[in-house]
Design a protein around this ligand. Sequence first.
Ligand code: SF4
Length: 365
Amino acid sequence: MQKTHLTGLAQAELSEFVASLGEPAYRARQIFQGIHARRLRAFDEMTDLPKEFRASLSDRGVISTLTLESRYLSTDGTRRYLFKTHDHRPVETVFIPEERRDTICFSSQSGCPLQCTFCLTAQLGLLRNLTAGEIVEQIIVALNDAYGVGVKTPRGTNLVGMGAGEPFLNFEELMKAIRIMKEPTGLHIVPNRITVSTAGIVPRIRELASTPDRPHLAISLAAPNDALRDELMPINRKWPIEELMAACKEFEKSLKPNQRFTFEYVMLDGVNDSDEHARQLANLLNRHALHAKVNLIPHNPADPLPYQPSPMKRVEAFRQILEGKGAHAFIRRPRGRDILAACGQLAARGAPVQVEKTASAHRIA
Ligand code: SF4
């Protein structure tokens, strides 16, 4: 009999599971708190449950399925975790310490089926979708590692679904994980603290627009016209820019007046970073009357990707053109590049050799 992964069960499902073992409903609440609030990783650590019950739980269920293979620490404090699933698929998670609030970047798929040419993950192809439980587990392990098992996060945590995979191709499990994580008796990370990034899966952007309790939305754009976007992000051939912008407009209409969604624009030296590209991008946003923020992200280079990051002077000039035409543009500082933890660098690799040799970056198995 296959064991049930309890970390991916909502409270009601956990109650049913517990009832099937002939136990009262309050046991489900204890288990839920044990997994999500106390962030325990084994039934044996749930000492508030009778020993025999813990034994029967172990026979029928499991709470930790991800095995930590490696943990890499960047010179800037960023941590990258490389896990293996029970069926040996790689999963990567990144913890990014920040001044105001720490951020965890999680993966929604092992590998990714989309073929964005500036992204290392694309080279893995899709290995499989992750389950809601596997998504939640990534957060639990990263929190425990950063703060200690069950220790309350000092300033709260932001989550971004920008790790490996296209989250909107695993929509059901993603949304289920988000519902589980928002529970006040568990992790209590509300959707307002979560941002999910898509390469432009139009039907799901529309679906999100009508979802009441939802995360923030980021759209990876990378090009201001179809010819270039077709090349950089082949998903554009299925949902070209005009269709994408129409869905974005629908999403924007569903936001409260003070809310904004975000466009992510990776800056590739000599490819998509000219003054003309900046003008095209601003005109595109203005034509659709979109008030979204634009995050400019200098590309994170990695072998064998054929791109280099735009020089900072170019990124700044690009930003100024956008601002001059009324767009709200920001420059994102790359984090964790030295350990292949930055955007577009997740491909289940070890850190480059030169990093492991420095005194300030450690590989901890
Ligand atoms: S950028 Fe995102 S959607 Fe594109 S290949 Fe990489 S992981 Fe997939």
